[in-house]
Structure formats: structure tokens, C-alpha cells
Design a protein around this ligand. Sequence first.
Ligand code: ATP
Ligand code: MG
Length: 217
Amino acid sequence: MDAIWKPGVHKTGIMGGTFDPIHNGHLALADNAYYQLKLDQILFLPARIPPHKQNRPEGATSSQRLHMTRLAISDYPYFSLDQEEMNRDGVSYTKDTLLRLKNSEPETEFFFIIGADSLMSFDTWYHPEIICSCCHLVAAIRDDIPLKILQRKAEELRTRFQASVFLLDIPKMDISSTRLRDFRKHGKSIRPYVPAAVADYIEENDIYGGHGQNEQL
Ligand code: ATP
Ligand code: MG
């Protein structure tokens, strides 16, 4: 773990997700990781077809999710977009992404940034041991998963996969893309939860079946 504090080592965070839509919870998570772990940059990697969401209900198109991600990160000079998963055919596996990044930059330390729900299900992912050999895991509290449970899970992953796990201390953000899609479906505003440019884009393109603002208040 000492390696991450070595001077001169380039540290890149990876923020993967469906981003359907990207929201302030994603941005806050990434920004907190950036500052707390003193990262050099963070790559946002919208997934094309995540393995656990192959049968997801109607959402935004891939190009819309890509565009919303680009809009959302544009104010952060140390955030950038990696379109590799979007360009790849078929299911996107995190382990392939991590192997690609690690092979292209063997000297870089990678930090895979996830929420607590992802940490809790991490051992069901495809080849968690390969993911752990390529990067550190950085997990933040989410929903009502108690810190004690997260600490226990982190310990289990350290033992099973020799994982290097950091638990991030961030303010809890009670927000998810599922809730935002639901808000839109019921005509509620999502503006407080996403960057203004993303809200404008969603409204202009009538994404997620919004039928006007606040009609059910
Ligand atoms: P959905 O409801 O469609 O699953 P989501 O809000 O969970 O969307 P994802 O794209 O699935 O967003 O999440 C990408 C990553 O961001 C995951 O690791 C998830 O745990 C994390 N994340 C998303 N929202 C938050 C939040 N509010 N607080 C902490 N982590 C979050
Ligand atoms: Mg999710």
C-alpha cells in the first residue's frame, strides 16, 4: 500500500458506471477520491452493457449517456472521458478494462472508485482477483450500509483476493440514477441532483419519459 504515496508515481482514478444518467453522487464520489487520495486525474468510463444490467429497462441511448457524461465532467479539469468500453462490442467486463489500462501504463497506480453497493457485490464480479491485481479499490458509503459491514467486507476482500481497499469518508448522497429516471417518469424535477447542462440536455431531448416538470407535486 505504501507504493501509492511514492513521490513521482502517477495515480489515476477510474470511475465506471452506467451513468444513466450521471448525477451529483457520481461527481461527489470521484471528487472526494481525487482530493483524499491525492490522485492526478480520474477517468470516467461509461459502460456499454454492464454484465449485471443486460436486461435493464428502457433508458438513455449509449450516445446520450456518453454525451451526458461529457457535459457533467466538463467543469473539472482533472476528469476525462474514456470511451473504450462504449466502443467495444458485447458485454464490458471491468477486468478487461483494468488489464488494458495496466498494460498500457504499467507504472501508473490505478484506483477503482466504487460505491458501497458495488463493494458488497464485488466478489460476484468477473475475475475479482484479476481486478485486484491491477488496481486499488476505493469504496464510499452509500445507502444505509453500515461502516462496520463495509469494513468487514473490505477485510474479506483483502484476505480472499489480496485486495488493497480504501474506505472513503464522504458525505452520504441519497441519490441514484434509478430514482432520477423515476422522477422523470413522474414529471418531477431532477435539476437539484445533476449538473445544469445535464438537466437541460435531458429535458431538451425528453429522455426517460418526462412529461413536463412538477406535474405531480
Ligand atoms: P442505477 O440506479 O441505475 O444503478 P447508480 O446511481 O447506482 O445507477 P451507477 O452508474 O450504477 O449509478 O454507479 C456507478 C458507481 O457509482 C457505482 O460504483 C455506484 O456504487 C456509485 N454510486 C452511484 N451513486 C452513488 C452515491 N449516491 N453515493 C455513492 N456511490 C454512488
Ligand atoms: Mg447502480
